[in-house]
Design a protein around this ligand. Structure first.
Ligand SMILES: [Mn+2]
Length: 204
């Protein structure tokens, strides 16, 4: 079994606050646990300090029990954020023991899984449910998909134009890909964040 401190992922993140803001409402989490890793991107409604506070409150909840079922995590965030403007979020949980990734989205943080070269499966996108965590929670659904070494997850907030999805390919280092996508597809009028995580699988 993989120890909790050995990363299952090679990952990188690029982000920038909206013009004139010092804090970003777009925040992320990469939280390893024994046998897996929880990855999340959270976009607080609005921008600036209040949006950042909402997002960071959600991140704290996620960090507190990274191995919990995704639906439970979303519900706990919803309870913690009631009374705020809320957040949208996409979560992904890698599980190395059965070689799967569960993922779930409330709102418009995009999630894309690129399959490693040679995989018979094409790319997949996360099923997104409309709603706002902390305000209106949809009926939750979490899908689980098999993952193989080299498969690459990309999460991006709506500060990044969705055309980015047509401009991704494997073979670029995660940090380089995150930097390039942010540079090329950032809208420039909102907080923006791109997270890229390549699944490494279990060391033999
Ligand atoms: Mn946004």
């Amino acid at each position: 079994l993989t120890s909790p401190d050995r990363s299952l992922l090679a990952w990188g993140v690029a982000s920038t606050p909206a013009p004139g803001e010092r804090e970003s409402g777009d925040q992320y989490l990469v939280e390893p646990f024994e046998g897996g890793c929880l990855v999340g991107v959270v976009d607080g409604l609005g921008h600036g300090q209040k949006a950042a506070a909402s997002s960071l409150a959600a991140i704290e909840v996620l960090r507190s029990e990274p191995r919990a079922p995704l639906a439970r995590l979303v519900e706990r965030c919803h309870e913690a954020l009631t009374g705020t403007r809320g957040v949208v979020m996409t979560l992904a949980a890698f599980n190395v023991q059965d070689g799967t990734m569960g993922w779930s989205a409330v709102g418009n943080v995009e999630g894309l899984l690129l399959r490693a070269a040679g995989s018979p499966r094409g790319r997949e996108v996360v099923l997104r449910k409309g709603g706002v965590v902390g305000y209106v929670l949809p009926r939750l659904s979490a899908a689980t998909v098999p993952v193989s070494a080299g498969d690459t997850l990309i999460l991006a907030t709506d500060g990044v134009r969705s055309e980015f999805g047509d401009d991704v390919r494997l073979g670029e280092a995660p940090q380089d890909l995150a930097d390039r996508l942010l540079r090329t597809y950032r809208r420039g009028d909102d907080d923006s964040l791109v997270l890229v995580a390549t699944y490494l699988g279990e060391a033999v």
